[in-house]
Design a protein. Sequence first.
Length: 374
Amino acid sequence: MTAAPVRADLPAATLTGHTTGQLRRLAALAGLSEADTATYADVLTEALGPVGARSLDLPPPDRTFLSDDHTPVEFSLSLQPGTAPSLRVLLEPGCGADGLDRNGRIGLAAIRAMARRWNFSTGPLDAVRDLFLPPSPQGPLALWCALELRPGGVPRVKVYLNPAALRVKRSFWTVREAMERLGHGRAFASLARADGYPFVALDLGDWEEPRLKVYARHDDLTAGRAGRLSRMDPGPDTAAVEDFFLTAAGGGREVTRLSRRPGLTCHAFTETGAARPSGFTLHIPVRDYARHDGEVLERAGRVLARYGMDTAVLPRALSAVTGRRPEDGVGLIAYLALAHQHGRAPRVTAYLSSEAYAVRPPALARPRHVNAVR
């Protein structure tokens, strides 16, 4: 990765100035009003706190795990047929803190401030706080916060927590205990076999069906295995999941093995006491399986067309985030995800890197990740 700034033609900017500018341009693409956009820019500014005032000429405030260049902000666009894209922003409120313990305390304080501002309960988070925010946490993160930016100036809020906080070897136990406490213990046995559990996420606030989401890591994932990982009943068509995998990862007739960055799945649980999840998402880390973002953009366009979605949205979104050409780097689109939820049409989500500090250079050759394995 090169340390060159994303837009060397511009004068030195701050982290807040860079990310709120991106938010404003993406919000226009998502159809948000100027008033709502201004509100959300202020929310992002407040959540970043003092680190937001740092010049981008300085190194990142923290080696945050949230993005490859350590920007503590990531955007995503969730798309469905016939509707405007839904804009989300993921951020680390405690970025730059001295240690994970303080990072988590700052993050928790930020969530509580949001709860007071928008009048929602932190009950689910409070019920599992000791599991994920212990006095001496371990792992790569403490607390991240995602905001779904809706018309009206009141976002939906989600927190991401670290199952390895008590120790990596206890992650499996931590996931099971969290599911028990939140009323989803019966569904624990339905989880697919995994190589790790990087995140647990909780919906807080005004959600129609608040979810507990368990993210699983799958090393050396193949299309065939990916198609069998859903535990929904009824679930998505196996062939459709495999097709998404192959298209997003750039595979052909062979079964693609993700031998670099692993694939992720997410199982969503809504109805307490149910034996199975109500949602399933497959996340492909496309930045490790393409030469440059132009390739990723072309693959994303094929996925969107297949599901009847607007293929012009993502090129416009990339222009809203950066002035560079897609061919001049790789990682601007970090993940492509296909989500299924009972009672809803499939969603495609593109995760967009802010690239405040660095652009990952394009690969010189096609990444070697395709193996003929059945």
